[in-house]
Design a protein around this ligand. Structure first.
Ligand code: ADP
Length: 175
């Protein structure tokens, strides 16, 4: 089914989906980039809830309410910092997507939006990261009909082009 996976250019804080994913750091106490934007838009109650979570390991994910955001939940995941590729970065990035999808299902979410995890301050090359993101999501969608839509929420035209290119090269894949 087409449109179960789409890439768009948007500010993730504006999306009316069941869950948005935050590319957080291990403290879960806020940071820059998409993390800062999410905390800013959700309001201070998000930080209060995050303070009770005791941080999050790299590759893991934790869920909170979304407070002032239009989404219902925020799924906080911690991507790996790029260190050349020989330190398990790919496995950890895949874990972020898998664990976020697990959590959305646990909380009966049907729609989710991902930012491009690790490709900002954590410097993961966007082409490699988007390939992992797409492959991990499409694999899960095959056996999970309850997921209605996964949005890759890009923040630049370049990132959107990369995602669209990867998705068009894989059009033959059926969900
Ligand atoms: P990381 O530390 O995991 O690299 P960043 O927040 O620095 O996280 O960047 C992850 C991605 O999120 C980057 O592509 C960045 O451009 C993008 N980004 C930043 N702000 C937003 C936003 N408001 N909505 C969607 N994506 C965003």
């Amino acid at each position: 089914m087409k449109n179960r996976i789409i890439a768009i250019k948007a500010n993730i804080t504006t999306l009316e989906v069941d869950a948005i994913v935050n590319a957080a750091n291990q403290s879960l106490l806020g940071g820059g980039g998409v993390d800062g934007a999410i905390h800013e838009a959700a309001g201070p109650d998000l930080l209060d809830e995050c303070e009770k979570l005791n941080g999050c390991d790299i590759g893991d994910a934790k869920i909170t309410a979304a407070y002032d955001l239009p989404a219902k939940y925020v799924i906080h995941t911690v991507g790996p910092m790029w260190d050349g590729g020989d330190f398990g970065e790919g496995f950890l990035l895949e874990s972020c997507y898998k664990n976020a999808l697990d959590l959305m299902l646990q909380y009966k979410c049907k729609t989710i939006a991902f930012p491009s995890i690790s490709t900002g301050m954590y410097c993961y090359p966007i082409e490699d990261a988007a390939t992992i993101a797409f492959a991990t999501v499409i694999e899960r969608l095959k056996d999970t009909p309850e997921i209605e839509q996964v949005i890759f929420c890009c923040f630049s035209d370049y990132d959107l082009d990369v995602y669209n290119e990867i998705m068009s090269c894989n059009e033959f894949l059926t969900l």
